[in-house]
Design a protein around this ligand. Structure first.
Ligand code: ZN
Length: 189
């Protein structure tokens, strides 16, 4: 799937928002990609899952893991298409961890799937949680990379679309300087 098609699908489903946003990294941006609005359509989830899974067929991926909540839907679909198991990580007192009885075998080949990578923080924390549980993390895949390819998550990484969308510290944000209120769409009701 080409970058243009990825963006077109986000626009068509209303998942590409324009305004003044606080990203989960704390940075501010004029663009927000609300993957949940894309992935509410199972047909879109299947198409993106196919495009991501295509990069990993035949590589013996045993398990796909995704950080909760945003990446669970796409992670599950990639796992289904690879014939793999699916688990997720979540935060417990700030620490990304496996809960709910999820375990990995020593040396188990795991692929981490994300919806959007911005700084790579939650992806990297997921990779580390799996490694400390004994897994062999073979890669990380996301629908969108907002970091222009810069985010280092500690394993080889691919994305369906790599974007260079400016995101800035609040102190350097022009919209903030104009007194415009920033919103945090991730937790918006
Ligand atoms: Zn701002």
């Amino acid at each position: 799937m080409r970058t243009e098609e990825v963006i077109e699908r986000f626009k068509r489903t209303g998942a590409l928002l324009e305004g003044h946003f606080i990203l989960s990294s704390g940075l501010h941006s004029a663009i927000y990609l609300q993957c949940a609005l894309l992935l509410q359509h199972p047909g879109e989830t299947i198409a993106f899952g196919e495009a991501l899974a295509a990069h990993y067929r035949g590589q013996g991926i045993e398990t796909v893991a995704a950080p909760a909540i945003g990446a669970i839907v796409i992670g599950y679909e990639v796992a289904r298409q690879l014939g793999a198991r699916f688990i997720w990580t979540e935060r417990e007192t700030g620490q990304m961890t496996l809960r709910r009885g999820f375990t990995v075998r020593s040396g188990e080949k795991v692929l981490v799937v994300e919806d959007v990578v911005t700084t790579g923080g939650s992806t990297r924390e997921t990779v580390e949680a799996l490694r400390s549980a004994g897994a062999l993390v073979v890669g990380a895949a996301s629908i969108i990379d907002r970091s222009s390819g810069r985010a280092d998550v500690g394993v080889p990484r691919i994305a369906l679309a790599t974007l260079d969308v400016p995101s800035v510290a609040p102190s350097a944000c022009e919209a903030c300087a104009r007194g415009e209120e920033a919103i945090k769409p991730g937790s918006r009701k």
